[in-house]
Design a protein around this ligand. Structure first.
Ligand code: NAD
Length: 433
């Protein structure tokens, strides 16, 4: 099939590459000229495990191309996938539809023969209707259908998740469009549950899922706080809870709060939609408040370990919002760092993949270390904020020789406590007294 993918970010690029690998002819369109010239030159614009090999392979065999021209990407496409951003409105926190609406307007005139416009971006309920209206206004004779095709991939596992989705949700209000999407996903038929639902249900499934997962994270974080006070061990509690198949063992890791480009904005957008429809989404509202507070609490916890030092020097391992990605957007690590800076700490950071993105946000307010041990140089405490594999088994003696005081606050529970203690470290973890 001929596919146009509008937006080559964390969703659009892996999706385009994945669809090319499945044998489709893909054209990725982005209005960001720097991204397109980099991709055309064979240079990836994001870090995703496993992306590079597939990218190189499909560029070489000509199945994927990159352009800034909407016309080039849309005019011969059977399916045009919208994967542009839907950032939060800075004041109301509702999802801002300006990129979606602009892309719909730009692509409409190039629709040529029956085309399915599939909205992969996370969009509020009824966006399919507004996209349909915009395209019809621009191109009244255009033959098209708008489908909701929400994306569930996890950053850091985008390629894995593309080829092994838990489920594929298709919100199509026409049989013709549903058949086109069925053809696109034929390679998954029989392996993955493909659920066909009303377009508005599909749009809602994405937000309802992300809000539920965010709530689960906030729940286990509150349980971790409880365990710390009561003397229970959150990891044993989580393990016991997870054995109940109704609960499941995923998303039961306590940490510094949820972050990234999706959960914070999607919980806020869902809460906004609840208020707009006059529905009390109290669990989601409480989750958002709790998660915001958590970053402050975590900064307090770190500062507690250096409370007697006037201008503490803190080493931070990890700036990405989670391991496996270079994405620092809404990263709890970044938010904690910013609070620590406001409170007068001096910070040196290290992240295996996200240094460039961290620098874009933090500028000169922190120092950047070339490796994890240098980051710890002369620091009063080491704070582990992102769950990178590299941080799990450090050379503890080397680390100890770098730090001013052998103190670790491990907000991701990566470093084995007993081993660290045996090596002379004072180590703090969440959810354990
Ligand atoms: P992103 O910011 O990384 O990428 C969006 C891209 O769209 C940018 O490169 C931008 O230049 C481009 N763009 C914007 N307007 C355009 C236009 N008119 N024409 C061409 N290109 C245009 O965003 P992302 O992280 O890939 O997220 C995209 C959507 O997918 C969002 O709605 C997000 O909520 C959703 N989503 C993201 C993830 C994730 O893990 N990042 C997961 C599931 C769903």
């Amino acid at each position: 099939m001929k596919i146009g993918v509008v937006g080559t970010g964390y969703v659009g690029l892996p999706t385009g590459v994945g669809l090319a690998e499945l044998g489709n002819e893909v054209i990725c369109i982005d209005k960001d000229e720097n991204k397109i010239s980099s991709l055309k030159a064979g240079k990836l614009t994001i870090f995703e495990d496993g992306l590079e090999d597939l990218f190189v392979k499909n560029v070489q065999n000509g199945r994927i191309r990159f352009t800034t021209s909407m016309q080039e990407g849309v005019e011969n496409a059977d399916i045009v996938i919208l994967a542009v951003g839907t950032p939060p409105n800075p004041i109301t926190k509702e999802a801002d539809m300006k990129y979606i609406h602009a892309a719909a307007k730009e692509l409409a005139q190039y629709i040529n023969g029956y085309t399915v416009v599939a909205v992969k971006s996370t969009v509020p309920v009824n966006t399919g209707d507004s996209v349909e209206k915009i395209i019809t206004e621009q191109h009244p004779k255009g033959e098209f259908d708008v489908v909701s095709l929400p994306e569930f991939l996890r950053e850091g596992f985008a390629i894995h998740d593309f080829f092994n989705p838990d489920r594929i949700i298709v919100g199509a209000n026409s049989t013709r469009a549903a058949q086109m999407i069925a053809k696109l996903y034929e390679p998954f038929a029989g392996k993955t549950k493909i659920l066909y639902v009303h377009r508005r249900s599909s749009e809602t499934i994405k937000y309802a899922s992300n809000a539920f997962l965010a709530m689960k994270i906030q729940y286990i974080n509150e349980m971790a706080d409880f365990c710390e006070k009561s003397g229970a061990d959150i990891y044993e509690v989580a393990q016991g809870m997870g054995l109940d198949s109704r609960i499941g063992n995923k998303f039961l890791n306590p940490g510094p709060g949820y972050g990234g480009f999706c959960f914070p904005k999607d919980t806020n957008a869902m809460a906004y939609m609840g208020r707009a429809y006059g529905v009390n989404l109290s669990l989601i509202e409480a989750t958002i408040r709790g998660n915001d507070q958590r970053k402050i609490n975590m900064a307090d916890r770190i500062l507690q370990t250096v409370k007697d030092i006037p201008e503490p020097k803190i080493a931070v391992w990890g700036t990405a919002f989670k391991g496996g990605t270079d994405d620092c957007r809404e990263s709890p690590a970044m938010q904690i760092i910013q609070i620590l800076l406001e409170r007068g700490a001096k910070i040196t950071v290290y992240d295996p993949q996200a240094m460039d993105n961290a620098r874009k946000i933090l500028g000169d307010s922190v120092a950047y270390a070339p490796d994890m041990y240098t980051a710890a140089d002369e620091a009063d405490v080491l704070a582990v904020l992102t769950e990178w594999e590299d941080f799990k088994t450090p050379d503890l003696q080397k680390l100890k020789s770098q730090l001013k005081t052998p103190k670790i606050i491990d907000l991701r529970h990566l470093i084995n406590r007993e081993t660290a203690q045996a090596n002379g470290f004072e180590i703090f973890s969440l959810g354990i007294k």
